[in-house]
Design a protein around this ligand. Sequence first.
Ligand SMILES: Cc1cc2nc3c(=O)[nH]c(=O)nc-3n(C[C@H](O)[C@H](O)[C@H](O)COP(=O)(O)OP(=O)(O)OC[C@H]3O[C@@H](n4cnc5c(N)ncnc54)[C@H](O)[C@@H]3O)c2cc1C
Length: 248
Amino acid sequence: LNLIHQPKAQLIGLTRFFKPDDIDWTTDIDADPLKIIEFAGRACYQSFHNPAGRTNAEYIENMLDHGHLSVIEHAVASFYITGISRSLTHELVRHRHFSFSQTSQRYVSESDANFIEPDVIASAPEMHDIFQRTVEQAQQAYNDLYTVLQKKHEYVEDKTLRRKMSRQAARSVMPNAIETRMVLSGNFRAFRHFFRMRATEHADVEIRALAIQLLKILQREAYAVFGDYEIHALPDGTEVAASRFSYD
Ligand SMILES: Cc1cc2nc3c(=O)[nH]c(=O)nc-3n(C[C@H](O)[C@H](O)[C@H](O)COP(=O)(O)OP(=O)(O)OC[C@H]3O[C@@H](n4cnc5c(N)ncnc54)[C@H](O)[C@@H]3O)c2cc1C
């Protein structure tokens, strides 16, 4: 039985920018997501000659400050996220501006699935034992049900369909803690809103840990858009983040 304690997010996609041939414009950074945002802002006012002499970071900060946020929707990032529970993804998919592709429990067998153990449960042997016993029993029940269901569905000739029919029923005994994996894409505005909602102390610790991981990656890739989010450690060692700007 494999128990997981940390989500793993890997950046797999990021916006590229191609300057139109007929526009004479340069800026002081190389990062494509930041370029497309400044370009979109300047397109609104056709101010490609930068009369105020602003840096890209100053330009974006001004837009964040004024809530001119549709421009940051032009930059998009995609992540491959593993080591997360179905309870986390149930909360994550509530964020309607993200796009998701999640492992199918009907197509992929869960017979040797991993489980996400909350740190607070792992911290005490008696809780850890209850957790481990329970997920082992659930996995055993899944495997036993699958065997019986496959017999019941013997009349189905298509083997893939037969396995799906068995897995879709057997999965009902699996707990929230079961691991799932997904590709998540979203524009920078959707990510900023996600951090405001899920990087706070009020959010569940697992989705908060994921939010902080995504924030750190996006700060590395696009500091001008995410650098205002300050990360602090709480007394329990977990992290939270908050922005000084009022809009998202
Ligand atoms: C601490 C915490 C506790 C929670 N507890 C519960 C709970 O007990 N039960 C529960 O069901 N949910 C709960 N939620 C989920 C919460 O209600 C939201 O569904 C979730 O956080 C998604 O955020 P959002 O509503 O801002 O929408 P997102 O989908 O992230 O959209 C971002 C923004 O776009 C706008 N928007 C998107 N769709 C619409 C629309 N259809 N109409 C108008 N404006 C729209 C809104 O301004 C919205 O804030 C909780 C969330 C948190 C952070």
